[in-house]
Design a protein around this ligand. Structure first.
Ligand code: ASP
Length: 325
């Protein structure tokens, strides 16, 4: 018995030792960030800006691989199966916390299959429509929607995405029905909105602020409690006539379960450094997004936040009766 305990102890010491030696040399090659949405959208943009700044601290390149589809769940499932060696990390948004309520059969456990690294940012969303949509403000938009029930197309990044969540909350607040058009990310959805193939979407300002500023789409409201410095002329939902409609989209970084703690700590430190970077802060601000404070870019803060968000969104989604499968 004593011998067995000794053997287990020695084994675990050897493992800890090995992972520490491994972590000292880490990273020795390129790190891949899986983004569970198509290129050109908000998650892609946030991941690429963060990767650029993190590579300065980690002294290695971080490249983005887009694995879009099914509202982010395909990419998440890929990460859950990836080798936990620190060379695959994952950037996802609020959808990581809404997926367990939206999908009755999820191929992974959002908490149990991942190691949290830290939160990245809090971002606003905006309700936007194609340029020639016949409504100048949110009130006219809502009136038009109500008069044309079932005829309005809503673009989103699939069930489980932030644009889906925002669109469904909007639909339920107006007690109407939209025809949803899912994409692999709101990057490609924006192209179709610009081309007038779809009517509207509710997406992060990371994706639509520059198009709004350029006057290429109509913006009716932002989903934050206060107006954004980046879009001072766009009213809040509350100012535009829909009080109590606030949605903020957070992004975070994870690794597959079992990634050694010293590596997670290195990644988390690099993330914290990245979020202090003046260039990153300015780029985020231009897109109506804000890096989180240093104490939130940690594994502990993300672990707690993810659990709180899962507990928060579960009942809301169940009440709205939205399921993906
Ligand atoms: N903004 C998208 C969403 O609706 C995802 C993306 O393309 O980043 O969740």
């Amino acid at each position: 018995m004593i011998l067995r305990i000794l053997r287990v102890l020695l084994c675990s010491l050897a493992l800890v030792g090995a992972s520490q030696v491994f972590a000292q040399d880490y990273p020795s090659k390129v790190i891949t960030i899986i983004v569970p949405f198509a290129a050109g959208g908000p998650t892609d943009t946030i991941a690429r800006l963060t990767a650029q700044s993190m590579s300065a601290t980690l002294k290695t390149q971080l490249i983005v691989e887009n694995v879009g589809g099914a509202g982010g769940t395909i990419g998440a499932a890929r990460v859950a199966q990836a080798k936990p060696d620190g060379y695959t990390v994952f950037v996802h948004h609020i959808g990581h916390s809404t997926a367990p309520a939206l999908y009755r059969k999820l191929a992974y456990d959002p908490i149990g299959d991942f190691e949290p690294i830290g939160l990245i940012n809090d971002g606003a969303m905006a309700v936007v429509a194609r340029k020639d949509f016949p409504a100048k403000n949110l009130k006219e938009f809502v009136d038009y929607i109500k008069a044309n029930k079932g005829k309005i197309n809503l673009a989103n990044a699939g069930v489980g995405s932030a644009s889906h969540l925002c669109g469904m909350l909007f639909q339920s607040a107006l007690n109407t029905e939209f025809t949803t058009v899912p994409y692999k990310g709101t990057g490609p959805a924006m192209n179709d909105l610009l081309g007038g193939q779809v009517d509207f979407m509710c997406d992060q300002t990371t994706n639509n602020a520059s198009q709004i500023k350029a006057g290429k789409i109509n913006a009716y409201a932002v989903t934050t409690a206060k107006r954004l410095a980046a879009l001072p002329d766009v009213p809040t939902m509350s100012e535009a006539g829909m009080p109590n409609f606030t949605v903020s989209v957070w992004h975070a970084m994870y690794a597959p379960k079992g990634t050694p703690k010293p590596i997670i700590d290195k990644l988390s430190k690099a993330l914290q450094e990245a979020l202090k970077d003046a260039t990153l802060k300015q780029r985020f601000a231009d897109l109506g997004s804000e890096p989180v404070s240093q104490d939130r870019a940690t594994p502990e803060a993300l672990r707690a936040h993810l659990k709180t968000e899962i507990d928060k969104w579960g009942p809301i989604i169940k009440k709205a009766g939205v399921f993906a499968d």
